[in-house]
Design a protein around this ligand. Structure first.
Ligand code: APR
Length: 247
């Protein structure tokens, strides 16, 4: 790990007034949750268009729910990573600190983060396909597949954003608002491919924010980053935190 880059990152964070963070699956990798595009990623084992699209759900809701039930079973057994814990701690010590995540695993909240925008939804929430009501459901395994709405009996769907679906307009508006107002955006554990999330750091950079990327591998964002820390979130974030403690 580049100690000078870590030191510079700590100095930038220390001097910032408003920090925004964008996370992706990589911050949960060290918890044991599979990423999507890495060598053992979910999209290497499964075909996204057969599991994570409205068409797939309409065609075979049982198959789609079996896949989500399997993912929920994995996530239920894991703990937040050192990266999640560090971000939760920073929310308490920095004056303005907002977390935007693409992850649906709920591990940021499990680590204690409160100020979270879950752009792609949450795997622990279900939505009635008839009434659109969203409720929490932590059953592992699910009591029935596909699960039925306890109110109206219609089929429930995962409250997550599938390919081809639009994100919640209010959440997205708030996320772009944060990109326009933050001094620093930390971009952690995302391959920076999937839109519109991947545009958030570019918008922040256009507005003069410093971009700090944390990822073991370069991404399409790396050339736009002021600092690219090539390492694991669970190692880099605690290293920065260690320097911040040496005020
Ligand atoms: N620490 C930090 N980053 C890591 C780590 C780690 N320990 N391990 C892997 N990474 C990085 C990988 O190098 C990769 O760039 O995390 C990134 C994971 O990329 P993806 O699997 O593409 O996940 P993500 O960017 O979150 O995908 C975005 O795509 O499939 C959709 O909706 C899904 O939210 C997801 C979106």
């Amino acid at each position: 790990m580049d100690k000078n880059a870590i030191k510079t990152a700590a100095e930038i964070l220390r001097d910032s007034g408003h920090i925004a963070v964008l996370t992706g699956a990589g911050i949960s990798a060290e918890s044991g949750v599979p990423t999507f595009r890495g060598e053992h990623g979910l999209w290497k084992q499964f075909r996204a268009e057969e599991l994570a699209t409205p068409e797939a759900f309409a065609r075979d809701p049982k198959l789609v729910w079996e896949w989500y039930d399997w993912r929920r079973g994995i996530i239920a057994k894991v703990e937040p990573s050192r990266g999640h814990w560090t971000l939760a701690k920073w929310e308490e010590i920095f004056p303005e600190f907002t977390l935007i995540t693409q992850n649906v695993d709920g591990l940021h909240a499990k680590a204690g983060s409160k100020n979270i925008l879950e752009l792609h939804g949450n795997i622990w929430k279900v939505r009635c396909t008839k009434e659109e009501a969203v409720t929490e459901n932590y059953a592992v395994p699910l009591n029935e597949i596909p699960p039925a709405c306890p109110v109206c009996g219609a089929m429930l769907r995962p409250h997550v954003v599938w390919f081809g679906e639009s994100l919640d307009a209010d959440l997205l508006g708030r996320a772009f608002g944060l990109s326009a107002s933050c001094d620093v955006m930390l971009v952690i554990g995302t391959s920076a491919f999937v839109q519109p999330a991947a545009s958030l750091p570019l918008r922040a950079a256009e507005n003069g924010a410093k971009i700090i990327e944390i990822n073991p591998a370069p991404t399409p964002l790396t050339s736009y980053a002021d600092i690219s820390l090539l390492g694991k979130a669970g190692e880099v974030l605690p290293a920065i935190d260690g320097l911040l403690q040496k005020e």
